[in-house]
Design a protein around this ligand. Structure first.
Ligand code: SAM
Ligand code: SF4
Ligand code: F3S
Length: 442
């Protein structure tokens, strides 16, 4: 078979990882990636269910595909990811254009599912939680990410059941991949030229495989000399244990940006959300990490307008943002999700929620502008990832993940270079390489 597949990914980094691994899999039955969806024989949408907007985007996208292919041979339409898991049969009823549904823990069955469909022309839904078999299968085929900075999913699912969140229902129970399986994947990526690894999980710091934790994994991966930077996301404050905090004392490769979602600055709201920790406990983690390395910065996620959020709760959130000086953070208006505890709670007035979101966003933007300005005329280590679209410069990231555009050529890709920052805006730093650092990579 020689077919073209177009893959569109919504949602979090775990979906990005999954899309890459799905491609590693379907290649085996003759599907090759195309960036031009009009020529695709197979159209795969890897979907996100976290907020209602994310879900609706999927139906809009299918509408668009239908239009494009109105006078052409219909492509095979596969819906993968969290919407497929959450809506399953309902999706097939609402949108008959869909041929196959594959939930996040069933990707290893995608080839058989496609081949079955081609033979029998039946709609098929694969939504078992078979996480062990999925990773067992994936460990036998190579991760061909081919990028300077790559993801490895090490943990899936969640047992925490925050009252607003669909993840425990779409990704299933917490599962940690075998330690050696992950190390083998990291080694293979290192051999392929990867320089930065981001370890992924919905609760990445809950990783525990026969007593081996995220801290053990970081220490092992950092022994790979080709790997220069290690990141992990997303963490839960409750699993920010001392062994992980100590990594910041001993590791030379863990980056000084800690993404630790807090959601709200009010204990009352954290309790209503079933977050299982207090602001005091969060601040303690912050203080411990800052005392180990004052360079560490925090980023976070905030939900605005959670049912029961009063003016004072919101003011407490603003206060916390100022106190911790969060950078690179995300804020969202609460979106009721079917099947969750908070689904039927009385929601806040839309206008109040929107104006609170705007206020939070402005403060977070301001933090970002101030931080980026503070780097002007300073020298930063930047890992160069690729050429800019016009190929005139190169693009890289600082230790804090901030995009940096700098003068440089293709042979700089994959190296950590020192960059003098000349100017900045809210999202990006601009600078010039001052010298290739000693950290040049073979
Ligand atoms: N596991 C992470 C944690 O414990 O914070 C979060 C994972 S979730 C995929 C990413 C973010 O989406 C959450 O931190 C939260 O801010 C946001 N989110 C989740 N459910 C939401 C909802 N119902 N409405 C609005 N935002 C939501
Ligand atoms: Fe969702 Fe994170 Fe809460 Fe799990 S810990 S339910 S993934 S927000
Ligand atoms: Fe979305 Fe599923 Fe990730 S709901 S945020 S794609 S875990």
């Amino acid at each position: 078979m020689n077919q073209k597949i177009f893959i569109k990914t919504f949602g979090c980094q775990m979906n990005e990882y999954d899309s890459n691994r799905i491609y590693d899999t379907v290649k085996k039955i003759g599907y090759y990636k195309t960036e031009n969806y009009e020529e695709a024989n197979c159209y795969l949408l890897n979907t996100c269910h976290i907020r209602d907007k994310a879900k609706e985007k999927v139906y809009h996208e299918i509408g668009r595909v239908k239009k494009i292919f109105r006078f052409k041979k219909k492509p095979l339409v596969i819906i993968a990811g969290c919407v497929a898991q959450a809506e399953n049969q309902e999706m097939l009823r609402r949108e008959p254009y869909i041929d196959l549904l594959i939930g996040p823990q069933s990707y290893h069955k995608i080839n058989d599912t496609i081949l079955n469909h081609i033979q029998e022309k039946k709609k098929i839904e694969q939504t078992d939680f078979d996480t062990f078999s999925k990773f067992d299968y994936l460990s036998k085929i190579k991760n061909e990410s081919g990028k300077v900075s790559s993801f490895i999913t090490i943990q899936e699912g969640c047992d925490k059941f925050c009252h607003f969140c669909v993840v425990p229902y779409t990704r299933g129970p917490e599962y940690s991949r075998p330690f050696n399986q992950i190390l083998n994947e990291a080694k293979y990526l290192a051999e392929q030229g990867v320089k930065e690894i981001t370890l992924l999980g919905q609760n990445v710091n809950a990783y525990n495989n026969e007593g081996l934790k995220l801290s053990n994994l970081i220490y092992e991966i950092e022994k790979l000399k080709e790997i220069k930077r290690i990141r992990y996301t997303t963490s839960h404050p409750k699993d920010m244990t001392n062994d992980l905090i100590e990594v910041y004392k001993y590791s030379k490769k863990v980056m000084p940006l800690v993404h630790l979602p807090i959601q709200s600055g009010s204990d009352k709201i954290l309790n209503l959300m079933n977050r299982k920790h207090t602001i005091k406990a969060y601040l303690k983690i912050y203080e411990k990490l800052k005392s180990i390395n004052n360079k560490i910065k925090f980023s976070s996620d905030f939900i605005i307008g959670y049912p029961g959020e009063e003016k004072q709760d919101f003011v407490d959130t603003l206060k916390l943002i100022k106190e911790i000086n969060f950078i690179n953070s995300y804020s969202f208006i609460f979106s009721p999700r079917p099947g969750t505890v908070a689904a039927d709670l009385e929601i806040l007035d839309k206008q109040i929620a929107s104006s609170r979101l705007e206020e939070i966003k402005n403060i977070l933007f301001e933090n970002q502008i101030i931080m980026n300005k503070s780097f002007e005329n300073k020298t930063l280590d930047v890992l160069v990832e690729n050429l800019t679209d016009d190929k005139a410069k190169v693009f890289g990231r600082s230790e804090y993940m901030t995009p940096v555009i700098l003068n440089g050529k293709e042979d700089e890709i994959g190296k950590i270079v020192q960059v003098k920052i000349n100017r900045s805006n809210r999202t990006t730093l601009f600078g010039d390489i001052i010298r290739n650092s000693n950290k040049r990579v073979a």
